[in-house]
Design a binder for this molecule. Sequence first.
Ligand code: ATP
Length: 473
Amino acid sequence: MAAPNIETIVSLSKRRGFVYPSSDIYGGLGSAWDYGPMGIELYNNVKQAWWRWMVYERDDIEGLDSSIILNRLVWKHSGHEDTFNDWLADCRKCQSRVRADHHFVRVSQTDEGRPVFMTTDVKCPSCGASDWTAPRAFNTMLKTRLGAAAEEDPNALVYLRPETAQGIFINFLNVLTTSRRKLPFGIAQMGKSFRNEVTPGNFIFRTREFEQMEMEYFVRPGDDERAHQEWIDACHQWFTTLGVSADNLRLYEQPKEELAHYAKRTVDIQYRFFPEREDREKQWDELMGIANRTDFDLRTHSKKPEDAEGKRLNPDSTEDLSYFDEATKERFYPYVIEPAAGVNRTVLALLMDAYSEKINDKGEKRVILKLHPSMAPIKAAILPLAKNKPEIVGMARAIKRSLQPVLRAVYDDTGGIGKLYARQDEIGTPFCVTVDHQSLEDEAVTVRDRDTWEQERVKVAELPEHLQKRLAS
Ligand code: ATP
């Protein structure tokens, strides 16, 4: 079957309660989406899997939850106030606006990180002309104000964070001291970030409010390249453990002209989000970025760090974020390896990857969401074959209650069995458990597999263990 496009997923999402357009009853809000009963389960499964993998299954990573709104000086010294820009250009003929880094080739960048684009002969997607204004910067940090200060009071201005990473850097010393860590070690954080994207769109792929899963891994300079490669391999592998097909993932090495000014090397893990695009290169886009950020961040947030060129001196910070190595008696700024992924884009990749269609024996098309069982919003649906038979209904409800402490189960009697199966297939439920007349006699139920539609008879007493085993395998 051909890969689904995003429109197919948008329609499934709305129909089955994964994702709804936000503020819909008031006409919506450009590119804002709300996660429904199924969506939030999938969303939370992604986050829990990431946290388990990053924090619980390793010995060298601590967790953190920093504020969304930070002191404005954080964004001044991190460089975001000056450089967190999208570059825009307008067509002089029809006035349509494009994002320069999506539409033109970036040929180089200045020392300050200002990109230089090649615009000659690039056609306007709306009118075909090739007459562009010079690309200009638009800072994408979302602004707000704290307290009752007047609208125009510049001191009241704060930003909603555009990434979670800076909250980690400013807590580097706190975590280092309280957890008595030694290099190498990492700090992981998940949370909302905000970017005033100029061209949001493609469903939950690019929104102005989104959630990130970021980890900053601090290493001794010199150990950075090896650690970077290890994280690239580990992250790629992680997506496959969530059930994403390796064929739809690829590594993209950012060329020098694309690198952020602080980065030594960045590799993106891309997913084939746009399989319908003719240009094969444009079928792929970023799911996760893994950057070697050098010692830029800890240095830039440090109280007057030494810098041979006199740049990046920080008179505002009260701390030096350098590290003292007891063994070698050296003091230095650790290098940072950053795997940064979006929760929303991961959810989208999982939905696209799991989407499949199958024709049943009546010749009808059925949608099956072949999510990895660990990602499925519901693990088992308990369905009574006859809803007017109180004994069957009672038994089905009791089975649901016995399962709910160990796995997410639902009870459903709102349709004929064919319709109930179809509904569960569409939301990716790995198992349907049917209670029928015979169950009352033999204390057994039918367990139906989502992917094969095969059925087997299982004793009620053995059901929790049976399902848990199959979910884990
Ligand atoms: P892009 O090039 O697509 O704008 P980026 O390189 O700016 O992304 P990063 O700053 O590396 O993104 O952020 C890390 C991750 O956060 C991305 O890989 C992506 O999964 C997610 N992300 C970034 N911006 C958005 C957004 N506007 N909407 C949804 N997810 C986002």
